[in-house]
Design a protein around this ligand. Structure first.
Ligand code: G3I
Length: 338
């Protein structure tokens, strides 16, 4: 109970977030959430299939409840996600029945309409949006050619390689119409510690932002890069550092959007594994502190180990009894711990 709050430890540097579900906003889970965090991301509740399951039918209730409860608890909300290849209804990109891609104009219209409706609905309750998620292939072979490194997703098939830029233009248009909103537009991806993947992301963001800046001097189209940070005990923090430095060199802000470090298996880990996990968390937070000037937010992909997408691998900072793991102590005091 007298643990130092993570959000206080890093208050002058960046926000500390967690991915949440509705049950994290009640009882002792809410206590843990709001004690240590000052930001949140809906783990699933704001994905396209959750918000517009059928064309023109918007289901905002659950997400609204979540966002309002999170704001009441003092958390800032990050929006995840507008354009993605998973958890997105087929109608957005694909013809019914035969499964072939929609015409470009129809898919573009679906994309723009979704982006506008969702951003306008949540308005300035959000601090940032993942506009496009996971557009780049894993370990692309010619990463300087970022267009050739794009994932062959339903959006890509229907619209073509400029779908990423088109998505950001649509989101930027909404922000331009609402100049009071302070919302940042993010490109978000995983395996960003892979050098080739980071290279492709770098070139994509660079080209899109340069094109935009030529017409809008001094302005960026893509404000930030989200480094998801789904790591394991074999992750080398030096590779994370290399990617972080390259992204910062683009002049964008960075958020660590989905941090977790898998250790052990079958819902168990040895003391050695727990310590190794703590060591990597400490190394990473040491790195984030070093570049804190460029980092807006560090968000864990969940609140505690018992739930979530990789629960069996004990990836988070608190255990199933909501108690601090060795990882917590590594994060609170990385220098001493390393
Ligand atoms: O809602 C259904 C429920 O009705 C059903 O009974 C149950 C049975 O399997 O499935 C439920 O849906 C699951 C959903 O999570 C909600 O729990 C899906 O099967 C499951 O696939 C889905 O997994 C999510 C995953 O994204 C899907 O892509 C994870 O919770 C979520 O943590 C994960 O998050 C992603 C980020 O959005 C993007 N980056 C990677 C990250 C981890 O994969």
């Amino acid at each position: 109970p007298d643990l130092e709050a993570l959000r206080d430890v890093y208050a002058s540097q960046f926000l500390i977030g967690a991915a949440i579900t509705a049950e994290d906003l009640e009882g002792i889970r809410l206590e843990l959430l709001s004690k240590h965090h000052n930001a949140a991301t809906a783990e699933n509740a704001m994905k396209p299939e959750a918000l517009q399951p059928q064309k023109g039918t918007y289901t905002f209730e659950a997400a609204d409840q979540m966002v309002n409860a999170a704001l009441d608890a003092g958390l800032r909300m990050h929006g995840h996600v507008l354009v993605w290849h998973q958890q997105s209804p087929a109608w957005m990109t694909t013809r019914p029945g035969e499964g072939s891609p929609l015409d470009r104009e129809e898919a573009l219209d679906n994309m723009r309409t979704h982006i506008r409706a969702v951003m306008e609905h949540f308005g300035d309750r959000m601090i940032s949006w993942d506009v496009v998620n996971e557009a780049i292939n894993d370990n692309p072979s010619s990463p300087e050619q970022w267009k050739g490194s794009l994932r062959q997703s339903p959006w890509y098939h229907a619209i073509g390689p400029d779908y990423v830029e088109q998505a950001f233009l649509a989101a930027r248009e909404v922000l331009d119409e609402n100049p009071d909103w302070e919302i940042k537009l993010y490109y978000n991806d995983y395996n960003e510690d892979n050098r080739n993947k980071a290279t492709a992301i770098y070139h994509m963001v660079k080209e899109i932002n340069e094109r935009y800046s030529q017409e809008h001097p001094g302005k960026l189209l893509i404000d930030g890069i989200g480094m998801q940070g789904h790591y394991g005990l074999n992750t080398n923090p030096d590779n994370v550092k290399a990617s972080l430095e390259r992204f910062i060199s683009l002049g964008v802000e960075i958020s660590i959007t989905e941090l977790d470090i898998q250790a052990g298996s079958d819902y168990q880990m040895t003391k050695q594994q727990a310590d190794a996990q703590s060591y990597i968390y400490a190394r990473l937070f040491q790195l984030y502190e070093q570049y804190a000037e460029h980092i807006s937010r560090v968000t864990f992909w969940g609140l505690e180990d018992s739930k979530g997408w990789r629960a069996a691998f004990n990836p988070l900072v608190f255990d199933r009894n909501l108690q601090a793991k060795p990882a917590y102590y590594g994060i609170v005091d990385p220098d001493t711990f390393i």
